[in-house]
Each structure stands twice: as structure tokens, then as C-alpha cells.
Design a protein around this ligand. Structure first.
Ligand code: FES
Length: 298
């Protein structure tokens, strides 16, 4: 049996994470995207806030799917006029779909950490190269040179596959699109837990506490206290260092790292880049003691 060393693929991606030489270009692109994408509905939609998931992986499936299909048509159907036309349609569809995938990817890219940015810029570069190969393939096929067109499409597919691997590394190994609060419900036993004394809490200012090993943030307003998980669902920013703001008539907490904004009453995402809500706790205040539990946890 042939054994593939498991590090063969991941090592280059890990080297990219440490490639400081990429920083000037990575940061320049990030700043350009930030300047052109203002806070608001378009940016939130590109991040995937209305979906409750990042939008980019769903959109990226379209060009990859159509380009793989074009490769299969090229490979199996040969040089017949009908299959050539089918391959052209698939490549053109993939190129169109790549535009929206790139827009959502760039929105996510603009809110990454340094090491993620380095892999992100390589992901964007290989995607752009793949799109160029396919655009050239399409143009050359239209001029009647199917043989060179098919070779360019094959090169495009190899480049897009490399890019897909880097995208997977960014999403899973570097957890750029993951919900960073998913584990909270699994770390706490059911029932009420003592958390703080009401008198210890400053009024109108976020305060950090540890609930067993789980960081939480408390917001006191008079005799009322709201409690959310303390690390931002986007990339674990410290919410107790965030800003309390009003949005659409609700009190919200804005993350200090990339500006994700959560409603304090229920943890809902008001603005991204976070797409997952911030876990909130039921609060019970008795004899000056603040106790919390996870909703529905007994
Ligand atoms: S960590 Fe990115 S918005 Fe909070």
C-alpha cells in the first residue's frame, strides 16, 4: 500500500502562516477592502450574517463545481462539438460565479488575524490565477483552438484545487469561519451557578468573570444584569473590552477587535463579521447574588 506522509500537504500551508514577507501585500489588500466596504447591509450580507453562517464557502462551491464538471466533460466527451460547447458554458458559468465568491471572500479576508491573512492572500492569488487560466481557456476555445483551451482549463483546475486546499486550511486549521463559542454549552453542567455579587459590578460598564473555566461578560444596568459568553463568536475577541452602544433601540456590545455587534438581551448578531450569535445566560438575582445558567439547562 502506498503511504502518503500526512505532512506533505499541510507543511507548505503552515510555512505560509509564518511567511512574514507576505505581510506588506496582505495588509495593503486588507486595508483597501476595508476602505471600500463600509459598515452596513452589504458588508453583513457578504459575511453571511443573514444566513447565520459564512456565505463564502457556499458561493465558492459554484465555480469549483462547474470547473470540475468542465474537466470531466473535456476528459470523457473528447472533441465533439456538443461537448466543447458544454465545457465552454460550464467554464463561463464558473467565471461568473467566481465574482460573487471573491466578493464574499474578500469581505471575510478583511477581518482576519495576521497569520490567517498570509494564507488568505495566497488563497486569493491562486484563485485569481485559476480564474485567469479559465478566462484564457474560454477565449482560446472560442477562437477554435480546443486543444490549448483544454490544457489551460486543466491548469486552471489544478490551481483552483490548490486554492481550495488553502481555503480549507484557513477555515478549519486556522478556524477563520468557525463559531468560536460553540463549546460553551458543553463546558458547563446544567443548573444555576453563582457568578458575582451585584454590588461588585460597575453600572453601565462590561465586566469580565470566569464561570468555572468559561469567560463571561456581565452588563449591569441598575438591578438588571445581562450575561453573555465573554469571547466573541467571530475570532474570540475579549468582549469585556468592547463598547456598549445602542442599535435599533437595543443595547448592544461591540467587539473591540473587528466590530461585531451583539444584542445584550439575547446575543443576536446585529452586525458582522460574526455570523453566529453570542451565547447568553439566564440570570437570577437573589439576596444580592447574581446566578446564571444556560437557557433550557435545568
Ligand atoms: S473577534 Fe472579530 S469581531 Fe470579535
Amino acid at each position: 500500500m502506498v503511504r502518503i506522509p500526512h505532512n506533505v500537504l499541510v507543511r507548505p500551508a503552515e510555512r505560509l502562516e509564518r511567511a512574514e514577507a507576505l505581510d506588506p501585500v496582505a495588509v495593503k489588500i486588507r486595508d483597501m477592502v476595508r476602505r471600500s466596504l463600509h459598515d452596513g447591509t452589504i458588508r453583513d450580507t457578504l459575511h453571511g450574517v443573514p444566513l447565520g453562517h459564512p456565505l463564502h464557502p457556499a458561493l465558492a462551491a459554484l465555480p469549483i463545481g462547474t470547473w470540475i464538471s468542465a474537466g470531466i466533460v473535456d476528459l470523457l466527451a473528447g472533441r465533439h462539438e456538443g461537448s466543447e460547447r458544454a465545457a465552454r458554458v460550464l467554464i463561463a458559468t464558473g467565471l461568473l460565479a467566481a465574482v460573487s465568491a471573491a466578493a464574499s471572500g474578500l469581505a471575510d479576508y478583511s477581518e482576519l488575524h495576521e497569520r490567517q491573512l498570509r494564507v488568505g492572500v495566497a488563497h486569493a492569488a491562486t484563485n485569481s490565477l485559476a480564474a485567469c487560466c479559465y478566462a484564457a481557456s474560454l477565449g482560446i476555445r472560442w477562437r477554435g483552438n480546443g486543444r490549448l483551451g483544454r490544457r489551460l482549463a486543466l491548469l486552471g483546475l489544478a490551481t483552483a484545487s490548490t486554492s481550495a486546499y488553502l481555503g480549507g486550511h484557513l477555515a478549519y486549521r486556522q478556524a477563520s469561519g468557525a463559531n468560536h463559542t460553540e463549546e460553551v454549552p458543553h463546558l458547563l453542567p446544567p443548573g444555576w451557578h453563582p457568578l458575582a455579587l451585584l454590588d461588585e459590578l460597575a453600572d453601565g460598564r462590561p465586566e469580565a468573570r470566569l464561570l468555572r473555566d468559561v469567560p463571561v461578560v456581565l452588563l449591569r444596568k441598575g438591578d438588571h444584569v445581562d450575561v453573555l459568553a465573554g469571547r466573541c463568536s467571530h475570532l474570540s475577541g475579549p468582549l469585556h473590552k468592547g463598547e456598549i452602544i445602542r442599535r435599533d433601540g437595543f443595547t448592544c456590545l461591540r467587539c473591540p477587535w473587528h466590530g461585531s455587534t451583539f444584542r445584550v438581551t439575547d446575543g443576536a448578531v446585529v452586525h458582522g463579521p460574526a455570523t453566529a450569535p453570542q451565547p447568553r445566560f439566564d440570570v437570577w438575582i437573589s439576596d444580592g447574588e447574581v446566578r446564571v445558567r444556560l437557557p433550557g439547562a435545568g
